[in-house]
Write a protein that binds this ligand. Structure first.
Ligand SMILES: Cc1cc2nc3c(=O)[nH]c(=O)nc-3n(C[C@H](O)[C@H](O)[C@H](O)COP(=O)(O)OP(=O)(O)OC[C@H]3O[C@@H](n4cnc5c(N)ncnc54)[C@H](O)[C@@H]3O)c2cc1C
Length: 387
């Protein structure tokens, strides 16, 4: 370790989308250092997503953060990015005859907040010509779906952070945190950093960072999800076709820049790590996709896996620790960390600096208290104590 010692107002741990976005927000008001253990920010989950903005996906708090993020996506600050962050991509949830109950429940919930359409088999075929005839009997179409330019969003936040004089420290794995009653001393593989406030945006490693700091356990569970790319079938011309998702989230398929992105929508519990695809999940994916679509999978062009990290209620965890001073959680982004990033960062920056929650969030019937670490932690601790 070098002898470098830097003092700032805030240290953000982890430079994925969560850390980059809150670091950019905070750096408008104070000095911020972003510590990333990899040489490449975005190397872990942020660089491995399916890049979908799905307003009807996820629990209530996630849906509210997604709706509240839309304004930023549509009109990012000048100079943030070179092109649009969103491109329309309808979302089609499909159900077999035996999945009618799940589809009804989904339509019920989604239609309270957004405009969705129920489709019959013929209607689904019009939108998704690859659907195998006779497989699905009904579906829900959400026209509010979008593809996200994830790299542009992530780079935009990192650029904004740099312009606001933020410091990004790469290869700076955090290995210890100590509090002297006033300040944190954070030991990283690139040197020592001191600050009164630490933000934990370490993705799948967030509970490990919490433990190093002596904070509460939020019960974060990293879950592996696999994705792969195949060639489009010959004669396929509908690159604007919807992302098509099984209503019980057993698989999905999305046209992606001239290829098809597939996933078995797996959620295999994992230790925090550099996740790799498992051959069994790849085979399950091919099998499910070939049952539901008129596609013959002969070759997988590339495949990858990433960790989606959830607490028990699947809502993100955004708020101060009540166990240790000056320790702020920005974790548990699950499968929604990209689509929610703009609003989550605004909320987190306001809470971390003790400012009022912006109206653009409260307008979306949003209760920040539901995302506090106290909401996530006690559930898990009670579970542990009853074992
Ligand atoms: C296959 C797949 C599909 C997905 N599809 C979508 C989608 O369509 N839409 C959507 O919104 N979301 C999607 N997601 C989820 C989304 O990618 C995540 O919610 C989001 O990327 C989480 O961001 P993060 O910054 O919390 O985590 P990460 O990107 O993992 O960032 C955490 C960072 O912390 C760093 N770190 C960890 N420990 C330390 C340490 N000790 N010291 C320093 N740094 C450390 C890591 O190196 C990492 O860079 C998908 C995820 C997967 C895997």
């Amino acid at each position: 370790m070098s002898n470098t010692s830097i003092t700032v107002d805030v240290i953000v741990i982890g430079a994925g989308i969560a850390g980059a976005s809150i670091a950019a927000g905070l750096s408008e008001h104070c000095s911020v250092l972003l510590a990333e253990m990899e040489s490449q920010p975005g190397y872990h989950t942020t660089g491995r997503s399916a890049a979908v903005f799905a307003p009807s996906y996820g629990p209530a708090g996630v849906r509210a953060l997604t709706r509240a993020s839309r304004a930023f996506y549509d009109a990012p600050p000048t100079g943030f990015c070179d092109g649009p962050l969103l491109t329309p991509r309808e979302i089609l949830m499909i159900a077999r005859d035996d999945q009618g109950g799940a589809l009804d429940a989904l339509i019920e919930t989604a239609s309270r907040e957004t405009v969705v359409e129920r489709l019959d088999a013929a209607g689904m075929q019009n939108h998704q010509p690859l659907l195998r005839s006779g497989y699905a009997t009904a579906g829900m179409l959400d026209r509010g779906g979008q593809d996200i330019d994830v790299a542009a969003l992530h780079q935009g936040y990192l650029r904004q952070f740099k312009h606001r004089s933020g410091t990004l420290l790469r290869n700076a794995e955090v290995i210890s945190l100590t509090h002297d009653g006033t300040d944190w001393t954070v030991e990283t593989k690139a040197g020592l950093i001191k600050a009164p406030l630490v933000v934990n945006a370490a993705g799948a490693w967030a509970d490990k960072i919490g433990a190093l700091a002596g904070a509460e356990i939020i019960g974060l569970e990293p879950k592996r999800r696999t994705a792969m790319m195949i060639q489009e079938p010959a004669g396929f011309t509908r690159r604007d076709a919807p992302i098509t998702i099984d209503v019980d989230e057993q698989f999905y398929l999305k046209p992606d820049a001239g290829r098809l992105l597939l996933s078995p929508a797996d959620e295999t519990p994992s230790e925090p790590c550099d996740a790799q695809p498992d051959e069994m999940d790849v085979a399950i994916c091919a099998d499910r996709i070939m049952s539901a679509f008129d596609i013959d999978i002969r070759r997988i062009e590339n495949k990858w896996a990433g960790l989606r990290s959830f607490v028990a209620d699947k809502e993100p965890v955004i708020g101060f620790s009540t166990r240790v001073e000056g320790f702020f959680w920005m974790a548990g982004q699950g499968g929604y960390g990209i689509q929610t990033a703009p609003a989550a960062a605004k909320l987190a920056s306001a809470l971390a600096l003790g400012k009022t929650v912006p109206g653009c969030l409260t307008d979306h019937r949003f209760d920040p208290g539901r995302l506090s670490p106290q909401q996530a932690g006690p559930v898990v601790e009670n579970l542990i104590s009853t074992r």
